[in-house]
Design a protein around this ligand. Structure first.
Ligand SMILES: Cc1cc2nc3c(=O)[nH]c(=O)nc-3n(C[C@H](O)[C@H](O)[C@H](O)COP(=O)(O)OP(=O)(O)OC[C@H]3O[C@@H](n4cnc5c(N)ncnc54)[C@H](O)[C@@H]3O)c2cc1C
Length: 422
């Protein structure tokens, strides 16, 4: 005999039926747990203060790796990211084919970046390249990655490493304190002061370095940016490349120049849709910028250092990619000579004459041609991980990243799966 149903059971049955009904009709409605002022701490507050060991500014290709590493090394770590998700050019820019983790038949960059890429590919049922094989073309060993999954995994790994994330915020001013830095950030409805011992600038264009008055380098004419989209055949993330539209003169200096690059790119894409009469099936939210500012570091990597595979005394990561300078008419990559594998020294991540700040990513101290190869994602991830270790150890010891012993940096990097040159 069936027992009489309570009204609560009736309601649950009805809800289950509604989900089954909508699923059958091709519409499933998923939901998260409720987000309200009780689950988002201090939601009503405008002025927030955080005291951390390491602040990472910019959660892009290099930044989220730096933060995860600093967190895993025991530093209280925070990321301030002006966009809506982690991954930067890898995700928001849509350049989701990171490379190169291998050189001449073996893996040369691993660690946290590789852990994320591998996990994203495996979760997506994709294919990883066989690094034991030297490919005919360098790009054959770039890894097709689902940009959406990658962003979700990056966020999960930050949470697991205890890294706090502040989206939609950016620093407005930075001042020196006895302990390190006071970084005043703004976002909508939020003003935040972050007191930290170390800053890792992963903004792509060394924006914090500039705020502190250290020198940056930039060319009069820069490589074009690209706006990524897909027309015709639908986008299959992690399987096919997006179409790329060159945005000449793209300049990532400030919100006005980025707005101009984005609107120029979108206008051209709209014109193409009209011209080709094809469906627009995917559009990234912003332009990817190949080139902007590089720091003037304690060491500057020259193209000769790069192509000769110089092993710097203070090398913290390998890098591998052809010299790859895009111009108005396209790109002709210049592959490295067989057996050559460039390295990145710690000194190229430290703004000259600075203390308590380190950078990682495409703003690495290098000449233009060296930078055209160094800027790729696996190398940025390698730099990010090393910067995370150097900053975490410096914060723990009350020193600056350049004073941390190289053996200690290498030791922690190895513990966290990275491959060390030399
Ligand atoms: C079109 C294109 C194609 C490319 N092709 C390849 C390829 O095939 N394979 C490859 O490996 N590499 C490729 N690259 C190079 C590579 O993707 C980038 O050089 C690399 O991702 C840069 O990493 P990053 O961490 O320095 O910067 P980004 O990944 O751009 O991250 C910077 C982050 O900082 C945030 N930010 C910036 N300023 C602030 C601020 N003031 N406050 C807070 N947050 C801030 C940004 O929102 C972003 O999230 C390509 C690049 C482009 C543009």
């Amino acid at each position: 005999m069936s027992s009489p149903k309570s009204s609560e059971t009736d309601r649950r049955d009805f809800l289950q039926q509604s989900v089954i009904g909508t699923a059958a009709a091709g519409l499933t409605i998923a939901s998260t747990s409720h987000v309200n002022a009780e689950t988002v701490a201090d939601a009503a507050k405008v002025e927030i203060t955080n005291d951390v060991d390491v602040l990472v500014v910019g959660g892009g290709t290099a930044g989220h790796v730096a933060a995860i590493q600093a967190g895993r090394a025991g530093a209280k770590t925070m990321i301030v990211e002006r966009n809506a998700q982690l991954g930067g050019t890898t995700t928001t820019g849509g350049v989701s084919f990171p490379g190169l983790f291998d050189a001449w038949g073996k893996q040369v960059i691993a660690g946290i970046g590789w852990e994320l890429v591998k996990e994203a590919v495996e979760l997506d049922g994709g294919t990883l390249p066989n690094f034991a094989k030297v490919p005919q073309k360098h790009f054959h060993n770039q890894v097709f990655t689902n940009q959406f999954l990658y962003a979700l995994l990056a966020e999960e790994k930050c949470a697991q490493a205890g890294v706090e994330i502040a989206y939609y915020e950016f620093p407005q001013s930075v001042s020196k304190t006895e302990r390190g830095w006071a970084v005043d950030c703004v976002g909508f409805g939020t003003r935040r002061r972050v007191n930290c011992k170390q800053i890792i600038d992963c903004t792509g264009g060394a924006e914090v370095v500039e705020m502190l008055g250290f020198a940056r380098l930039r060319e009069e004419e820069r490589q074009p940016g690209s706006y990524l989209f897909r027309m015709g055949q639908g986008h299959q993330p992690g399987r096919i490349r997006l179409h790329r539209l060159y945005v000449h003169g793209a300049d990532s200096t400030n919100s006005r120049t980025v707005t101009l690059a984005n609107m120029t790119g979108r206008k051209s894409i709209l014109a193409r849709v009209r011209e080709k009469k094809q469906r627009l099936t995917h559009l990234q939210p912003e332009t990817g910028f190949r080139e902007s500012y590089r720091i003037q570091g304690e060491t500057l990597i020259t193209v000769n250092d790069y192509t000769s595979g110089r092993v710097f005394d203070d090398a913290i990561s390998f890098a591998f990619y052809p010299v790859d300078l895009h111009t108005k008419t396209g790109v002709r990559p210049k592959p490295l000579k067989r057996g050559k594998v460039p390295t990145i020294p710690l000194g190229a991540l430290i703004p000259k004459g600075s203390r308590n700040i380190i950078v990682a990513g495409r703003c690495v101290s290098s000449d233009r041609l060296a930078n055209s190869g160094l800027r790729v994602q696996a190398s940025c991830m390698g730099m990010g991980q090393a910067a995370g270790v150097a900053a975490a150890l410096a914060a723990a010891r009350g020193s600056t990243p350049l004073e941390v012993s190289l053996a200690d940096i290498h030791g922690v990097l190895k513990e966290h799966g990275q491959i060390i040159p030399g």
